[in-house]
Design a protein around this ligand. Structure first.
Ligand SMILES: *[C@@H]1O[C@H](CO)[C@@H](O)[C@H](O)[C@H]1NC(C)=O
Ligand SMILES: *[C@@H]1O[C@H](CO)[C@@H](O)[C@H](O)[C@H]1NC(C)=O
Length: 902
């Protein structure tokens, strides 16, 4: 969170009055204020880049290498063999293309260690082209000028993705200042800040074309449309250039709800969608970047310009959406398996004032029967914003406070930010300063910036040694007053520097190994987040009290790879309907960009939502993968019970609905952990050929089975629900059934009590229906299995169960996975578990519901036993619903229920 810097208090009143005007565009650069963007954007290169066909060779590591000659006259003469080109293929449809020069910075810590390379085999070569194949795919290299076409299928006649189709590839080679072509002045100023740019222009431009594609998604984070709007348009009037999409992690105060501007995190990955094919491109580069999107009859062209680094580009050929997310995850990792508690409801506020305030919030959840797993403390809990300390007046007994929560199965989260207060009496500062662990200014002295505590220094997270040291600070012996039920929130890690250029750090600051901040800016927050999460794992390893558990650290800044570390939230949004709406495309974009564990602050951070907006926000927010309510210090209290009985009971039902879906949600996270499949999915993820739904952003899928169509307008009496596919959709909370083939869209009447949620025919959803105070209290609850039949009377689904916190699922295979199939009027459970850990007592099935039967069931045979308690009722559509009570079945055993009827 951020207030308006040093004059926070004075401005906060104004900020609340004039929210729309509070975003200060002039604090941030546009392309026209960045020299590299001006030099490279939409400008063909001065030189020609030619792949030298005589140099193409396979090296021992499996890369195909070559030299790129840079041809053309310039003051420095003719260039030769200046650039290194390398190409590699990875199993399952990934092609990697590198263009580099010795001495350039390459981004560490993002790619997986165990990338599985497959051989690229040259199959033909002419004077102008060479074709290489791997598995089912092929790559065609054109030499002069360089062009690389990637085909998902060897037999295909049109490429899936093309590098340098429009000839905009450019690579500024390092040169000495003052040369004839160095007419540009190297230092660059913005406002009162000067960037010395000691290495001069080192920009890169890449040109990626997707033939036949009309929709592209990704390159978060920004508050804008899900299907990215063009930034370059060609009309009868000529070329129009809008502001390009920017990737530069920034602390943007009161961000707008529709703007191409880059917010707190960056993922340079784009997904392209057309009927029959999905593909993607990822540029591993952490410097400032701008991306243009141009759409035309021939497809979608993108140009990406970056200030420095190398070209390290990955193409993903799909063809299905799930293939692209899996291919990207194979390079950058999948979602960390989360702690079960972290999928519950998080109650946050800037700030809960003292221990009594925390105790009262905790008590009220129980008093009002509202589930909650975590209570959060923002910056005010510390002693003068010295993180990992406590304000002794207000939090005199922090262990006792956490212990009281833990007794009820609740956790606490405290905030820990990367700026370290400059104060020799603060041990973290003293030690880091003594060891020289801070980021340096260009002159080599410690960089000093202004943030919450005033004058602060920033740990150099690029250095593995410093990350390792940081990770040792979370054991209770070091973090005094913390207990093992305390988890962490990293804010301001873009990093935010109130008095720095664009509220961040100077680009010519220096990191470990003399690397400029410009090279690492977009991974700084990720590395800090990673080191903090390592700290919690380290704490677990050192613990004698309980087995080592999974980290939970929320971050605001992120990069590719953050999914392996923990969740993020979409930062400081506003309590208005625009921000409610834009939270959907923001989370969908993150999900298809590998980072599914995300959510927006429920209620909106700035401002005071009325009860209607707040209720609608909870009703949507329960379907965010990360579900937290949060509010600015100047807002009125808004815990669920402060708005009166009616609003509270609506919020309670919404939160209870999320908890009742917890077994399904945890199973979705396990899927994300296995292969990168997002939890919150766009319609096209499950219905990839439904072109009309490619840009849908007012509805989404929660896993494969639930369609959520939230209320996004005040005063709504009905919601127009578009039903994808051509099968059945069941109202989750009511009795209605719709056939998408007959009525592809329906007007669903709504009250303030709920929003439309539909269950997809053909799916089986595991639930736990007993209302509890938190996920821990649900540990031994029995399951309800909901079967939603499709038109051919079939359905399938699964449930994944483990202890919800330890690493035993991985190290000891301590998990259970049931696969449910309904077919030929037989419901079967096929379960895997290794027999050692699960008792059928904690995995009983208390109820089975089958919806959409075309006949009435009169007898159920379960092998050695018969099922006695069941009833079958007909709804107004003529379909039957079967409810089996207490079938005496457990998830731990294989079983089969044969149903007979007429
Ligand atoms: C529970 O497991 C035991 C041992 O495997 C088995 O004999 C028993 O029938 C099971 N009970 C139920 C209700 O499934
Ligand atoms: C269930 O059946 C499958 C074969 O379909 C078998 O592999 C598995 O071990 C069985 N599970 C149990 C718990 O018996």
């Amino acid at each position: 969170m951020r207030s308006s810097g040093a004059i926070a208090v004075a401005l906060s009143v104004l900020a609340l009055l004039g929210q729309a005007l509070a975003f200060k565009a002039n604090e941030f650069k546009t392309c026209s204020q960045s020299s590299f963007c001006q030099r490279l954007r939409n400008v063909p290169p001065e030189h020609k880049f030619v792949l030298r066909s005589d140099t193409v060779a396979a090296d021992e590591t499996g890369f195909v290498t070559a030299k790129i000659a840079v041809v053309g006259e310039s003051a420095e003469g003719l260039y030769h063999d200046d650039l290194d080109f390398a190409l590699a293929a990875y199993g399952d449809g990934v092609v990697r293309l590198k263009v580099s020069q010795p001495g350039r910075f390459e981004v560490p810590e993002v790619l997986m260690d165990d990338l599985k390379q497959v051989p690229l085999v040259s199959v033909s070569k002419t004077g102008s082209q060479q074709t290489l194949e791997f598995l089912d795919s092929k790559v065609v290299l054109t030499f002069d000028p360089i062009k690389v076409e990637v085909y998902g299928n060897k037999k295909s006649t049109s490429p899936t993705v093309v590098f340098n189709e429009n000839g905009l590839f450019d690579f500024e080679r390092q040169r000495k200042p003052g040369g004839a072509s160095g007419s540009e002045s190297w230092p660059e100023t913005f406002g009162s800040h000067s960037d010395s740019r000691p290495n001069g222009p080192m920009g890169l431009s890449i040109d990626v074309h997707f033939p036949g594609v009309s929709h592209v998604f990704g390159i978060p984070e920004r508050a804008t449309a899900f299907s990215l709007k063009p930034t370059k348009e060609l009309s009868s009037k000529g070329h129009t250039l809008h502001e390009p999409y920017r990737l530069y992690n920034l602390d943007v105060f009161e961000y707008l709800h529709d703007h191409p501007f880059g917010l707190y995190g960056s993922i340079p990955f784009i997904t392209a969608k057309k009927s029959g094919s999905t593909s993607g491109a990822f540029w591993l580069n952490a410097a400032e970047m701008y991306v243009d999107v141009r759409k035309g009859g021939e497809g979608t062209s993108t140009q990406w310009v970056s200030e420095s680094g190398v070209v390290d580009l990955f193409f993903f050929v799909g063809p299905e959406p799930k293939d692209v997310t899996r291919q990207y995850a194979a390079m950058t990792g999948t979602t960390q398996m989360p702690q079960l508690f972290s999928l519950g409801y998080h109650q946050c506020r800037w700030n809960y004032k003292d221990e009594e305030d925390v105790a009262s919030v905790d008590r009220n959840f129980d008093l009002h029967g509202i589930p909650c797993d975590v209570i959060w403390l923002d910056i005010e809990h510390t002693d003068g914003k010295r993180y990992m300390t406590w304000d002794k007046a207000h939090f005199p007994t922090p262990e006792k406070m956490q212990g009281a929560l833990e007794e009820k199965g609740r956790k606490m989260v405290t905030i820990v930010d990367p700026h370290i207060k400059k104060d020799d009496s603060y041990p973290v500062f003293k030690e880091a300063s003594g060891k020289g662990y801070f980021v340096k200014k260009k002159d080599g002295t410690d960089f000093d910036g202004w943030c919450w505590p005033g004058s602060s220094m920033y740990l150099d997270m690029l250095d593995p040694e410093i990350r390792k040291w940081w990770a040792t600070l979370f054991v209770p012996q070091a973090y005094k007053g913390s207990t093992e039920s305390l988890y962490i929130w990293n804010d301001m890690n873009e990093p935010s520097v109130f008095n720095g250029p664009e509220i961040t750090m100077h680009k010519d600051n220096l990191h470990h190994g003399g690397v400029e901040h410009r090279e690492v800016h977009n991974i700084y927050g990720y590395l800090y987040h990673m080191a903090t999460a390592d700290g919690l794992v380290y704490r677990g390893q050192k613990s004698k009290a309980k087995p080592s558990d999974r980290a939970f650290v929320l971050s605001r800044a992120f990069f590719s790879g953050t999914q392996r570390v923990g969740p993020i939230w979409t930062g400081d949004n506003t309590a208005d309907w625009d921000h409610l709406r834009v939270s959907i495309p923001m989370c969908l974009t993150l999900g298809v960009s590998g980072l599914t564990f995300s959510g927006a602050d429920v209620g909106g951070f700035f401002g005071n939502p009325d009860t209607e907006l707040l209720t609608r926000w909870y009703q949507l927010g329960i379907f965010y993968p990360f579900f937290r309510a949060h509010a600015h210090i100047d807002t009125k209290r808004r815990e669920p019970w402060v708005h009166g009985e009616e609003t509270m009971s609506r919020i309670r039902s919404a939160i209870q609905l999320r908890y009742s879906l917890m077994p399904y949600l945890y199973t979705l996270f396990h899927q994300a952990h296995k292969d990168g499949t997002p939890v919150m999915r766009p319609i096209w993820y499950e219905f990839p050929n439904q072109e009309a739904a490619y840009s849908t952003q007012d509805a989404f899928l929660f896993g494969q089975a639930l369609l959520v169509s939230p209320v996004l307008e005040p005063g709504a009496k009905s919601v127009r629900v578009s039903l994808p596919g051509d099968d059945l959709w069941y109202d989750l909370l009511g009795e209605d059934v719709h056939d998408a083939k007959v009525s592809p869209s329906v007007d669903v009447a709504v009250t303030m009590d709920s929003i439309p949620v539909h269950l997809r025919g053909g799916t089986i959803v595991p639930r736990r229906m007993r209302p509890r105070r938190n996920t821990k209290a649900m540990t031994h609850d029995p399951y309800t299995i909901v079967v939603a039949l499709d038109k051919v009377q079939e359905a399938r689904g699964s449930v994944y169960v483990d202890d919800g916190s330890s690493f035993d699922y991985k190290e000891k295979r301590k998990f259970l996975r049931s696969t449910f199939v309904f077919k030929h009027y037989r419901l079967e459970n096929d379960v895997y578990h290794n027999g050692l850990y699960f008792s059928n007592a904690s995995t009983m099935v208390e109820k089975i519901v089958v919806r959409g039967l075309t006949k009435k069931i009169s007898a159920i045979d379960a092998g050695r036993m018969t099922i006695k308690y069941f009833e079958c009722t007909q709804d107004k559509s003529g379909l039957w619903t079967l409810v089996i009570k207490k079938p005496g079945l457990s998830l731990t055993e294989n079983w089969s229920l044969k149903m007979r009827g007429h």
